[in-house]
Design a protein around this ligand. Structure first.
Ligand code: FE2
Ligand code: FE2
Length: 171
């Protein structure tokens, strides 16, 4: 999540240069955050790749570093989207169903992160081969969940934020 970009608490159509966009600041924040999350996907993948080659303390440290990066980059982004972007979409659509599936995906991602937190604790002891395989599978699952979610937001959310403020909402 960007520290230098200011996140307005309230949203609405604002003038952004010659063209009015529905949520210009939110569009910039979204693009910035998604670029950072793309880097995070690479971090998840590289952690999964090395997971079988590290001793338990080194793997615990690598996983801790990944989860700290996830906390820093992703968790605030999910909260922000729900309270600002999704709330705006739901309001304009007049139904919470507009973002229901995106919110459900956020919960899947959060649960996946929580499970990895438990894996860090379990690495106090040397893992079995089966436990390592399961850990790698959970890392790839999180990668898949996040990749698919990002792709869906690029289709469903980004055009909504880009639409001129006085044009019909693309729902
Ligand atoms: Fe999201
Ligand atoms: Fe997002």
């Amino acid at each position: 999540m960007s520290a230098e970009l200011t996140r307005p608490a309230a949203v609405g159509t604002r003038r952004d240069g010659p063209t009015r966009h529905r949520l210009p600041t939110e569009r910039r924040i979204l693009a910035h955050d998604h670029r950072e999350i793309e880097h995070l996907l690479g971090h998840i993948e590289s952690t999964a790749e090395i997971a079988g080659n590290l001793a338990s303390p080194d793997l615990a440290s690598a996983l801790r570093g990944l989860l700290d990066a996830i906390q820093h980059t992703l968790c605030g982004h999910l909260d922000w989207e729900e309270t600002v972007c999704y709330a705006e979409m739901d309001g304009l659509a007049g139904t919470p169903w507009a973002t229901r599936f995106l919110r459900f995906q956020h919960e899947q991602i959060r649960q996946s992160i929580d499970r990895l937190e438990a894996d860090v604790l379990a690495l106090r002891h040397e893992p079995t081969h089966g436990a390592l395989v399961a850990l790698r599978a959970r890392l790839y699952r999180l990668h898949a969940l996040m990749s698919a979610h990002l792709e869906q937001e690029e289709v469903a959310l980004t055009p909504f934020l880009d639409v001129p403020g006085d044009a019909p909402v693309p729902l």
